[in-house]
Design a binder for this molecule. Structure first.
Ligand SMILES: Cc1cc2nc3c(=O)[nH]c(=O)nc-3n(C[C@H](O)[C@H](O)[C@H](O)COP(=O)(O)OP(=O)(O)OC[C@H]3O[C@@H](n4cnc5c(N)ncnc54)[C@H](O)[C@@H]3O)c2cc1C
Length: 429
């Protein structure tokens, strides 16, 4: 598998009224760009970015498996990281007294977490921000090719991938999971699957409820007591006879906010369900790679993402399907108005296909409880020492999911790889 790197000089483009900032891999360059925008605050900006880098180093040392020698050698960064165990990104912005506009520009990738600065764990922000600085990548032949490659390896090694099967219960014997019962959703037949080791990719809380929470140790039950990350609204659009590169799009993601304050923007959308001035992400996957296996001639893809409230959409869908469809349409129209005004005049004229997804779409397609985007919510409470990992307290049974590792495409691989190394003893360098 090969991957294409996002532009290292500007992998994220941040846009807000009166300001724009391109985030580079190089921290000195980032300090320079921010200092040019906020010449009165050069010292605070430098101190903040250096603290982010030190925290990132400390977190690397604290990640499992902890190597004691490295921990001792890097005590300064380890203590720096430990200081922020309970901090939100907003706490650290306030500590360094960054101007509000600088905060907004730095935190505009909030759709990557679906949380605003005043709720987001500083650790989660540092891990993603510095991770992207080290290199953000997109599969050369799109995400599907990676999944197909995984399936090929499984099948070449006598494994089987059974689609349309729902695990309906777990087979438990003396605090050991022996297997599962799964229903073939086509034939409606249920079959038992027995194994020496059972790895559970289902949301851990949902799986634990199926097994019975009382079967888990007190420590694991406490770790399972997490709240879910907010859900989202997605729009996938195809445009024809227009080159988005002519309008400022390319090997980067673009983030827009009409508000100066992201905490307010989030509250307006997530709590008040008001999308009249939304903040959202724009991504253009067909510009990230030259390979377009299935893309018709002259077409490009453009996607929009923002937060959406699960309870609100669920209630709307159940009580008034027409109003539900209208709300989805309203959010897309509001986003398109902003995009036409600020980025691509007459965009609607070029859209030849569009499809939108709501929190209930996530629930229906991904079977993720409450339509969550990233498993457990990325708050300091869920990101601290009590975070769930693969351990379940039951024999032969391991969690392997965003909520027992980290969310996102790449972190899903880290979570799986870590468990593979633990179970097989095979170390991946
Ligand atoms: C709309 C949306 C867009 C996203 N975009 C991106 C992106 O661009 N980049 C990125 O890095 N991340 C993105 N993410 C996040 C990323 O998709 C998740 O973090 C990642 O998929 C988590 O992987 P997982 O294996 O932990 O869980 P999941 O991918 O949710 O896998 C859990 C699986 O368990 C299955 N399951 C549940 N119950 C049962 C049952 N009873 N029986 C059998 N199977 C069951 C589900 O069907 C599902 O396939 C996005 C998330 C959403 C919702």
């Amino acid at each position: 598998m090969t991957f294409e790197r996002y532009d290292p000089d500007s992998f994220d483009h941040m846009q807000m009224p009166g300001y724009s900032l391109q985030i580079p891999s190089n921290s000195e360059k980032l300090i320079q760009r921010l200092s040019d925008l906020f010449p009165q605050n050069i010292k605070q900006i430098r101190n903040f970015i250096l603290e982010v880098n030190k925290t990132s180093e400390g977190l690397e040392r604290l990640a499992r498996p902890i190597i004691f020698r490295q921990l001792i050698r890097n005590l300064e960064s380890v203590f720096c990281a430990l200081k922020y165990l309970h901090s939100t990104l907003q706490d650290v912005f306030d500590q360094f007294q960054l101007p509000l506009e600088a905060q907004t520009l730095l935190a505009l990738q909030w759709p990557d977490f679906l949380l605003p600065p005043n709720q987001l764990s500083f650790y989660a922000w540092v891990i993603l921000f510095t991770g992207y600085q080290k290199g953000a990548f997109y599969p050369t032949r799109h995400f599907e090719s990676v999944i197909n490659a995984l399936v090929k390896v499984i099948e070449e090694n006598d494994g089987e991938v059974l689609l349309n099967h729902e695990v309906t219960s777990f087979i438990l014997q003396d605090k050991a999971v022996m297997g599962v019962k799964a229903k073939n959703l086509r034939s409606q037949q249920t079959k038992e699957f027995i194994g020496n080791t059972i790895i559970c990719n289902i949301d851990p809380k949902k799986a634990a409820q199926m097994i019975g929470l009382e079967n888990f140790s007190k420590t694991i039950r406490k770790k399972l007591d997490y709240d879910y990350s907010p859900s989202n609204f997605m729009a996938y659009c195809v445009v024809q006879n227009i080159d988005l590169r002519d309008y400022g799009f390319g090997k980067w993601n673009t983030f827009h906010s009409g508000h100066r304050d992201l905490n307010e923007a989030f509250e307006q959308m997530y709590v008040k369900n008001d999308f009249s001035n939304p903040s959202f992400a724009i991504t253009t996957p067909t510009l990230l790679t030259q390979e377009y296996p299935d893309c018709p001639e002259g077409c490009q893809i453009i996607e929009f993402l923002t937060v959406a409230n699960y309870d609100y959409f669920k209630q709307l869908r159940e009580s008034n399907p027409k109003a539900y469809r209208q709300k989805k349409e309203e959010i897309l129209e509001s986003i398109l108005d902003i995009v036409e005004k600020n980025y691509i005049p007459d965009l609607r004229k070029y859209i030849v296909f569009k499809i939108t997804g709501s929190p209930t779409t996530n629930e229906r397609f991904c079977w993720c409880p409450q339509g969550n985007s990233y498993g457990s919510s990325l708050t300091p409470r869920n990101m601290g020492m009590g975070r769930l990992n693969d351990e379940t307290s039951l024999k032969n049974f391991y969690f392997c999911n965003a909520s027992s590792g980290y969310p996102g495409f790449a972190p899903t691989f880290w979570t799986g790889t870590r468990l593979y190394q633990k179970l097989s003893g095979d170390t991946i360098p």
